[in-house]
Design a protein around this ligand. Structure first.
Ligand code: APR
Ligand code: PHB
Length: 389
C-alpha cells in the first residue's frame, strides 16, 4: 500500500488532519488501534476556542456544531464565597464555544466516512520504519495479516501512549514534565445545568468545575486524590462534594440526577521537543499534555494540525520544505503558551496537599489580585479564548 501521508491515530488530531488533507487533494491513510466506538466512548473536555472553530469550518465539519453548540461570552470563577464573571467578549473580543470533544470526533468520523478516504481501525503492532529516509513506511497487522504502508511523511497523532513519539531515539528528544499531586473526578449527567456559564471554583475542600454539554446535560468535576478509585465515589458522594465546593447559591438551585459516566484522570503537563524527527511529525497529545484546567488540550491539537496541514500543503503545492522545517518551532511556541496558562490556572484553583503556609498566602493573594484587577482579568480572558494562531 502507498499513500502520501500516513496518519497514526484516529483521535481528533488524526481525523482533523485527514479531513484537511482530503480537502486539499492530499492522500492520507489513517491507522487506528481501537474501534470507532471505543474512540467515541472517551469523554474529554468541551470548550473550543474561536480559532479551533475556524479550523473545523475550514475542514468543512462544523455544520452540526453551528446548530447545536452553546456560545459562552463569559466564564465564572468562585473563591472565598465570592463569584467573579470574566466577560470574555468584552475583555478579549471573542467568546468560546461549548461543544464536546466526542461530538467533534463524531463529526470528523462522519466526514471521513462520507469522503471515502481510508481509515483502518483495529490495527495492531504498528511500527514506524526508515523515518529519516526519503521513503518512510509503517507496518501493522490487520485482521491477522501484516501489511506495509509506504509514504512520504508520517503524522504521529496517536496520543500520549502512542508508538510515534517512542519511535524517536531518546537522545533526539527533550522532555519537560510536571505531575500534579491530585486528579479530577468527572461526571456526565442528564440534568439541566443550574449555571449559565462554566464555573471554576476554588474551595477549602479543593477545586470543582461546573460545565455542560447542552441545555439538558451537565459535566461536573471535583479535584480528588490520586489514590481515589471511581468505586469509592457513589453518585451521592460526588454530588454532595460538588455542592459543598461550587458555592451555596448554585448548590441550592441545582438538581442532581442520573450519572451517565464517571471517571478519574490524573493531571499532568508534558512537552516533548522537537515535534519532528526526519519525516515524522508529531501533533496533539503525542507531543504534549496539559492539565484540563482551561480546556486547552483539544485546542492545541487543532492548532498543531492546522500548522502541519499548511506545511504539507505548501510542500505538495509548491515543492517547498520551508514550512515543514518551521513546523516544530511554530507549533511549540503556541504549545508553551497554553502549557503555561493551564499550569497557572491549575496552580491558582487547586489545593495542593503539600501547600505550606507561605504558598497558602501567595495563593490567597493571587486570587484576591485576580478578583480586584481588571488587568489580571483581561490576561485570563485573552488566554482562555485562545491566543492567535
Ligand atoms: N497505533 C494506532 N493508533 C494508536 C496507537 C498505535 N500504536 N496508539 C494510540 N493510538 C490511537 C488511540 O487509540 C487514539 O484513538 O491514537 C489516538 C489518539 O487520540 P487522542 O488520545 O484523543 O489524542 P489527540 O488526537 O492528539 O487528541 C487530543 O485528546 O486527550 C485529549 O486533551 C486532549 O483534547 C485533547 C485531545
Ligand atoms: C468539560 O466540559 O469537560 C470541561 C470544560 C472546561 C475545562 C475542562 C473540562 O477546563
Amino acid at each position: 500500500m502507498r499513500t502520501q501521508v500516513a496518519i497514526i491515530g484516529a483521535g481528533p488530531a488524526g481525523l482533523l488532519l485527514g479531513q484537511l488533507l482530503h480537502k486539499a487533494g492530499i492522500e492520507a491513510v489513517i491507522l487506528e488501534q481501537r474501534t470507532p466506538e471505543y474512540v467515541l466512548g472517551r469523554i474529554r473536555a468541551g470548550v473550543l476556542e474561536q480559532g479551533t472553530v475556524d479550523i473545523l469550518d475550514l475542514a468543512g465539519v462544523a455544520e452540526r456544531l453551528h446548530s447545536q453548540a452553546l456560545i459562552h461570552g463569559g466564564v465564572e470563577l468562585a473563591a472565598n464565597g465570592q463569584r467573579l464573571r470574566i466577560p470574555l467578549t468584552d475583555l478579549a473580543g471573542k467568546a468560546v464555544t461549548v461543544y464536546g470533544q466526542t461530538e467533534v470526533t463524531r463529526d470528523l468520523m462522519d466526514a471521513r466516512a462520507a469522503s471515502g478516504a481510508p481509515t483502518i481501525y483495529e490495527v495492531e503492532s504498528v511500527e514506524l520504519h526508515d523515518v529519516t529516509a526519503a521513503r518512510p513506511g509503517v507496518t501493522f497487522v490487520h485482521e491477522g495479516s501484516k501489511q506495509r504502508l509506504d509514504c512520504d511523511f508520517i503524522a504521529g497523532c496517536d496520543g500520549y501512549h502512542g508508538v510515534s513519539r517512542r519511535s524517536i531515539p531518546a537522545e533526539a528528544l527533550s522532555v519537560f514534565e510536571r505531575s500534579y499531586p491530585f486528579g479530577w473526578l468527572g461526571v456526565l449527567a442528564d440534568v439541566p445545568p443550574a449555571w449559565d456559564e462554566l464555573i471554576y471554583a476554588d474551595s477549602e475542600r479543593g477545586f470543582a468545575l461546573a460545565s455542560m454539554r447542552s441545555a439538558t446535560r451537565v459535566r461536573c468535576y471535583v479535584q480528588c486524590s490520586l489514590d481515589d478509585k471511581v468505586e469509592q465515589w457513589s453518585d451521592e458522594r460526588f454530588w454532595n462534594e460538588f455542592q459543598q465546593r461550587i458555592g451555596a447559591d448554585v448548590a441550592a438551585r441545582m438538581v442532581t440526577g442520573n450519572v451517565l459516566e464517571k471517571s478519574i484522570a490524573p493531571l499532568r503537563s508534558f512537552v516533548a521537543e522537537p515535534m519532528r524527527y526526519g519525516q515524522l511529525f508529531l501533533a496533539g497529545d503525542a507531543a504534549h499534555i496539559v492539565p484540563p484546567t482551561g480546556a486547552k488540550g483539544l485546542n492545541l491539537a487543532a492548532s498543531d494540525v492546522f500548522y502541519l496541514y499548511e506545511s504539507f500543503n505548501s510542500y505538495y503545492k509548491n515543492g517547498s520544505r520551508a514550512a515543514l522545517d518551521q513546523y516544530s518551532q511554530r507549533a511549540l511556541r503556541r504549545v508553551w503558551q497554553s502549557v503555561r496558562f493551564s499550569w497557572w490556572m491549575t496552580s491558582l484553583l487547586h489545593r495542593f496537599p503539600d501547600e505550606d503556609p507561605f504558598c497558602g498566602r501567595i495563593h490567597g493573594s493571587e486570587l484576591e489580585y485576580l478578583f480586584n484587577s481588571s488587568a489580571a482579568q483581561r490576561a485570563l480572558a485573552e488566554n482562555y479564548v485562545g491566543l492567535p494562531l
